[in-house]
Design a protein. Sequence first.
Length: 372
Amino acid sequence: MAATAPAAPEPRIPPGYRPVIERDERGLWMEMEEYEKALQRSPLLVRDPALNEYVKTAMCRVAGAYCADVRVYLIRNSGFNASMAPNGMMQVWTGLLLRVASEDELASVLGHEMAHYVRTDSIERFRRIRNRMSTGSVLSFGLAVATGVYLPVGEVGAMLSVLAFSRDQETNADLLGARLMADAGYDPHASYRVWEALIEEEARAESKTEEPGPFMNTHPASRDRTRALQDWVNASYGPPREAVEIDDTHRTLLTTNYLTLMGDQLQSNRYGRTEVILERHEVLGIDPALTAYFRGRMYVQRGDAGDEALARDTFARSIATGRAPPEAFRDLGYLLLKTGDLPAARAQFARYLENAPAAKDRSMIEFYLNEE
């Protein structure tokens, strides 16, 4: 390690830690244990074995000796978020998987959260939440965050005022998180690349009057902080490789679940964020049939001047690959129907039913096919 780089802070709790019964911390643990039981029954839990194994393996590598203390729950939510409760319950939203470009970048976020956990930042934060919430219970807050359904406006204001970690806590989590991932064999340079990507997304989203995501609300990042982390990583581990290799495993898992994950993102109606994500996926090498299809859907939903023409072009581009989702034919058909080109629309509807014979909207499509 370079002499100019300060040492990363050390954990404050040992592996296998449990709070003593006399402390108020034990009450927090009990509340979070009740919440965890409710979470285990949630329909928003992702059950896919491959995705769960991928995230849990990365977590365990970063956690090291603390692996047995942590349970990971993958939540179906389009936002970028990961959080760690004082009792070792980690929640990871699927929107995070959409935004990271590799297992290294995923590990950087998990490492950052593990750093908050082993430094007991999570305990301090949940104490503040419990003291400020009008309900006096962390359980209702936890359910709101996990599901993405927030509490009443007045309570949200109080919640956000205590959710954010302090500047010192964030700095310590940056450094310790990078060290944890480096010790696990991951590229520590991914730690600041994630922040750079999030800052870019926030800038693009702000131009479209979109609210910041929960992760940025609770982990505020700045370019100065990101540069400080980059300088520390470079001083501690040397400069980054000139080129970052494509992570085939991450890309394959993302592609396999793309229709669900990107479908959830579209439902958020955050077009600025969606466009940034699609641009990254095009660089990552996600199948152009998929990225073009979802770009077309984004144009349809956004509805700006000229977007319908852009949508027709991108749906056609998806179809031209020969690997388009069946819905690309249907959606192009609807756009052609709006232009008055009924024969072309029917041709696309017919191809849709050929590719999706059990489509739930089959009767509606057949109505257009048979309409005089």
